[in-house]
Design a protein around this ligand. Sequence first.
Ligand code: AKG
Length: 295
Amino acid sequence: MMKVNKGRHHHYWSKKLGLTVVLLFCFFSFLLGLIVSAFINQDISNIRPRPRLLKSIEEGREREREHNPLPHGNTGEPSMSLIPFQVLSWKPRALYFPSFATSEQCESIINMAKVQLKPSTLALRKGETVESTQGVRTSSGMFISASEDKTGVLDLIEQKIAKVTMIPSSHGEAFNVLRYEIGQRYQSHYDAFHPAEYGPQKSQRVASFLLYLSDVEEGGETMFPFENGVYMDSSYDFKKCIGLKVKPRKGDGLLFYSVFPNGTIDELSLHGSCPVIKGEKWVATKWIRDREDED
Ligand SMILES: O=C(O)CCC(=O)C(=O)O
């Protein structure tokens, strides 16, 4: 009897254990199934390294380098500079610098200039007169050098321009601060002086830096009508506002080169100011020469 009872007991327990094992197996298989299907259904883009992630890793590395400046020479600087820019064109070489100056710096320059404005003038070519060139440049303006500005703002701007051009500030002319009212413009022209048209030059303007001191509601763009050789034919009307146009934005800078590294004038550097249609345009121009300015 006892033997029979024991056997039944054993049978009962092993049946129960078997059932539990089967149930546990089913449960874990179900769970595994769930995990695998969730993984498979995942968006592939979540698994692959995303371009944005790669970009931030690169930026991180850049930042690391930024924070580890190299030993510098006597005339160098102890820290890195972050001055964002965009290449607007290679033909002519034109760079755009967003937020090159602060709003306060721009206002301070306008305040110094506005009490001394006079009608803008032109460097005349052989055979030209003030009368024959009327309407070419209709803005008002004044000249001011960094040393005349007791606030120090122009000196800061000048140093920054020297840094981005790597041309010492001693090569720069005084700032020409300009105001364009509605309808006022500067027809397309070259900043460099061609000796055949202007006679022999002691030095040449190689680059121009424009600091926009105000936004303009409409019009007033700086234009490069020959950009990439487009519109470059003898029929171009110098009054026409076409080609690459740069919209003035307060504090932004525009740098372009009028002369190639070999010293010849870049014909594509022809540029001008479109007429202001709405609002007012303020800009400070710095012409940079190939030799120190002796004036
Ligand atoms: O006002 C502008 O946008 C252009 C000025 C300019 O061409 C110049 O000052 O030479």
